[in-house]
Design a protein around this ligand. Sequence first.
Ligand SMILES: Cc1ncc(COP(=O)(O)O)c(C=O)c1O
Length: 385
Amino acid sequence: MDFSYIINELAEDREQYFNAIAPPIIQTSNFRFKTVAALRTAFEDEMGGYLYSRGLNPTVDILRKKLAALDGAEDCLVFNNGAAAIFAAVFANVKSGDHIISVQKPYTWAQKTFDNILPRFGVSTTYIDGSDIKNFEAALQPNTTFIYLESPNSWTFALQPLKEVAAFAKKHGIITLIDNSYCTPLNQRPIELGIDLSMQTATKYISGHSDTLGGVLSGSHHLMKKIFDLEYLAIGSGIQPFNAWLLIRGLRTLPARLERISRTTTEVLRFLQAHPRVGKIIFPFDESFPQYHLAKEQMQDACGLLTITLKNGTMESITRFCESLKHFYMAVSWGGHESLVLPKCAGLQPGDFDPSNDEHQYIRIYTGLEDPSYLIADLAQALEA
Ligand SMILES: Cc1ncc(COP(=O)(O)O)c(C=O)c1O
């Protein structure tokens, strides 16, 4: 299905709402029924219609249908944020005694779920370097039921060979989930590569304006219904109609924003590569990136995020650089219109900084929608500082 059609037309029945271009926000908690039989049908299958907005809601449904189509998936559920989507997907697919294989250093709250919550229910996790399929094979246990992927991740951009992992998991009857937030389905299509569940934090690129959170989970209708009927309704973390409306609005400009961000990131990358004070640069579409060929094979583009180190970086020089930036705001998250900087050492006490540890040196840069020359001038003056 054409992306332009999905974004502008799919699921929008404009004649139902005065031919308005923008859909209405159906801000209701409740839906009425005229017959007991109709109410009974809704109780029997809440995913089949509108009963109560903790389940389905018409504004959210427009978004759901668009996001499922973008992912090339049969169905999709939209959550109040990405962490909720991960939580529901994992809980729906593991039980006491099960084992998860996860890529090492997954997104913080996925890792906290694996390390601090799931062990209370007898579910264990093995972390592996996901770059090589052999590591998945070595970690396999008879009780492995779930594989958690994040390709690329949002700091070092480590990738997993998605087709190979999907084939391996299918052979062993294991459910696979990928955090596809970095790429969005415009730049990587995990479902087509055989992955079962594709998750994104819609807070980032889908929203694009840093004004709402959201989480996307796409997959087969069977898997989505299984999650909807229990975890989605029990956790009650489905997206609210106004936030869904903001995400529909964000989607309208997603391809244009990603294209612009991609061009700007390339210019920023070239500037940083030529700068004598910059040490390492990590970016998946840079030829020096260790998994460059895999990135080119499974991703349509790379944009927005890159990680750098300063030459002979110290806590002081990293701090001075980040605090000297005027237009890159120091903040978490990414994917919005505004450029951002995030030093890894903000998570360390000053005495714990180890200059020989590359990771302590990492500074993540996100390029937003500003003019490239505006951003490059800011980086130049901060590097001088
Ligand atoms: C890679 C990645 N996955 C998942 C999440 C969680 O998304 P949310 O903040 O929408 O809960 C984040 C948030 O920063 C993220 O960066």
